[in-house]
Design a protein around this ligand. Structure first.
Ligand SMILES: CC(C)(COP(=O)(O)OP(=O)(O)OC[C@H]1O[C@@H](n2cnc3c(N)ncnc32)[C@H](O)[C@@H]1OP(=O)(O)O)[C@@H](O)C(=O)NCCC(=O)NCCS
Length: 185
């Protein structure tokens, strides 16, 4: 899938080295906001297995975990990821979105653009109704990104996720397909 400046794709097993390189590059940057990762998470062997499992999850309709690169260098460096996970159908039609971008490409709207692309895919292609995103209150860049895309703050969940070994409160936010349409997206 393409946005104005990015190509979002599901990396194949043969792309494992590109994903590993991206994860190694962003290891320190993502650590304060991510669950604690074992050293194995930063190896090709881990990603060869995980990327196959990501394909299986996408085929089963459980999760779509995009990585993205610049359109001008689509076969080159992976610079970020945006995932739609825990996709529930039935009366919920909901997914959770998670995302990150590497330090070199941060601060120029590309992360917002990637999440916007994934949201359009969730509503228009997957037919979902609601996307949720939960954020540590001190993660100002992430909260601002969600605000720009029209996510509504719905509350604060105490000790919501174990991040970097500590239970952390999270701001709960959500966007519905009708919010998205009302913005003229
Ligand atoms: C969250 C993240 C993806 C945002 O990336 P980004 O490149 O800053 O995003 P964008 O350039 O698209 O812009 C996001 C907005 O946040 C603002 N912003 C960026 N850093 C900020 C900061 N430290 N404090 C306040 N606002 C900030 C930007 O100015 C922009 O708002 P604006 O358009 O009104 O100026 C990035 O910081 C990241 O990868 N963080 C580590 C992983 C992470 O936190 N993931 C989310 C977990 S919930």
């Amino acid at each position: 899938m393409e946005t104005e400046r990015l190509v979002l794709f599901l990396p194949s097993v043969d792309d494992a080295h590109r994903v590993t390189a991206y994860r190694r590059r962003t290891r320190e940057r993502s650590a304060p906001w991510d669950p604690q990762r074992p050293d194995a998470f930063f190896t090709d062997a881990y990603w060869r297995t995980q990327l196959q499992s990501n394909f299986d999850d996408a085929a089963a309709g459980h999760a779509v975990r995009f990585h993205f690169a610049h359109r001008r260098d689509a076969e080159g460096e992976i610079i970020g990821h945006v995932s739609l996970s825990q996709i529930f159908r039935g009366p919920f039609l909901n997914a959770y979105v998670g995302y990150a971008i590497d330090g070199e490409n941060a601060g120029c709207g590309l992360a917002t653009e990637s999440v916007g692309g994934a949201i359009a895919y969730a509503f228009e292609t997957l037919g979902l109704h609601r996307i949720q995103a939960n954020v540590i209150p001190s993660n100002s860049a992430s909260l601002r990104l969600l605000e720009r895309l029209g996510f509504r703050r719905e509350g604060l969940a105490k000790d919501y996720l174990r991040i970097h070994g500590e239970w952390c409160d999270h701001v709960l936010t959500a966007l519905t397909s009708s919010d998205w349409e009302a913005q003229g997206r």
